[in-house]
Design a protein around this ligand. Structure first.
Ligand code: IPM
Ligand code: MN
Length: 373
């Protein structure tokens, strides 16, 4: 689903890369395109048409560009692209866990706004954001004739447990095989105790939902994941540590709104939000894959958007929804190799450096995927 703004341009590049993957590995992907977001409002009077929702429910996996734009900002709130398309899709499909890996690519250490000694300590984390609860979905409204407002932030033990489980499992998977961090300085910084690590982020000094969050995560940890190191951080401190010492993080587990905010922060310290993919997974189904950035209407149609976050989302889709690990690796290696060759879109180009267009970047990745090493 291309969606709005730069969505169609970046999804086209991911589809280009998927076609090359199919050719190289002998697969056939059945891909169908559906309207979503403002584009769907314009064509069908609804940001999430029934046909689109039904197609999402029956698909093995969903690849999404981005939705939203000022053109649709005047629609009543429940009909706007963000709420009607994105939030509705997440809740209708039960996509309760959003995985947002943030790492600095070797070739892009210079793109981070942080000092080189902080970046070179290694940045490679996974933010696991709860996606269908909290203030986004709680009761909301106005009182006092419109002069006061509220957004309730509900969380249940069940909702906290299931997303915490995703984080603990991911931490075990991400820990170096065999446990050896020897010789790998960055891994030693991420895993100071030599075991998998989860940092749970909350605001338990103020919020009741956060106190339930902390209790529930701790209880699940003690019962089933005692092999994983668990630390708790308040969200204000976590925001500070992300710029002060990002190399200390491996898996960050947090609630919906904190995860939204911290993942934008994490993306920036890795260089550009244009590089970060995401996977949203749920109880059943293959999940939804999308870049973490928005529709960027200001640069839409100019051919300068960075397609890599979407291309990397397609790689995540191959790995998680279809179990095609070698194919996903091929895409990720191709991205690393075009970056190593110096190809840059405008958002990641050095100051005064040359940049290539959206489709030139997509072509380069597709070509690199097609080269069998
Ligand atoms: C994201 C986006 C969305 C969110 C918006 C567009 C509703 O910022 O996926 O991070 O806040 O979840
Ligand atoms: Mn966001």
């Amino acid at each position: 689903m291309p969606g709005d703004g730069i969505g169609p341009e970046i999804v086209a590049e991911a589809v280009k890369v998927l076609r090359v993957v199919a050719r190289r590995f002998g697969h056939r992907f059945e891909m169908k395109e559906y309207p979503v977001g403002g584009a769907a409002y314009d064509c069908c009077g609804d940001c999430l048409p029934d046909e689109t929702l039904a197609a999402c429910k029956s698909a093995d996996a969903i690849l999404l560009g981005a939705v939203g734009g000022s053109k649709w900002d005047r629609l009543p709130v429940p009909q706007r692209p963000e709420r009607r398309a994105l939030l509705m899709l997440r809740s209708e499909l039960g996509l309760f866990a959003n995985l947002r890996p943030a790492k600095v690519w070797d070739a892009l250490t210079g793109a981070s706004p942080l000092k080189v000694e902080i970046v070179s300590a290694g940045i490679d984390m996974l933010i696991v954001r709860e996606l269908t609860g909290g203030a986004y979905f709680g009761e909301k409204g106005r009182g006092d004739g419109g002069r006061s407002a509220y957004d309730v932030t509900p969380y249940s033990v069940h909702e906290i447990e299931r997303v915490a489980r995703v984080a603990f499992e991911a931490a075990r998977r991400r820990f170096p095989q065999g446990g050896g961090c020897d010789g790998d300085e960055a891994a030693r910084r991420r895993f100071p105790q030599g075991r998998p690590k989860v940092t749970s982020v909350d605001k338990a000094n103020v919020l009741e939902t956060s106190r339930l969050w902390r209790e529930t995560v701790t209880a699940l940890h003690d019962a089933e994941y005692a092999d994983v190191e668990l630390e708790h951080l308040y969200v204000d401190n976590a925001a500070m540590q992300l710029v002060r010492a990002p190399s200390r993080f491996d898996v960050i587990l947090t609630e919906n709104m904190f995860g939204d905010i911290l993942s934008d922060e994490a993306s920036q310290i890795t260089g550009s939000i244009g590089m970060l993919p995401s996977a949203s997974v749920g109880v059943s189904g293959g999940g939804l894959y999308e870049p973490i950035h928005g529709s960027a209407p200001d640069i839409a149609g100019k051919g300068i958007a960075n397609p890599l976050a979407t291309i990397l989302s397609a790689a995540a889709m191959l790995r998680h929804a279809f179990g095609l690990g070698a194919e996903a690796d091929a895409i990720e290696h191709a991205v690393a190799s075009v970056l190593a060759r110096g190809l840059r879109t405008a958002d990641i180009a050095d100051q005064g450096g040359v940049s290539v267009s959206t489709s030139a970047m997509g072509d380069a990745v597709a070509e690199a995927v097609g080269v069998v090493i």
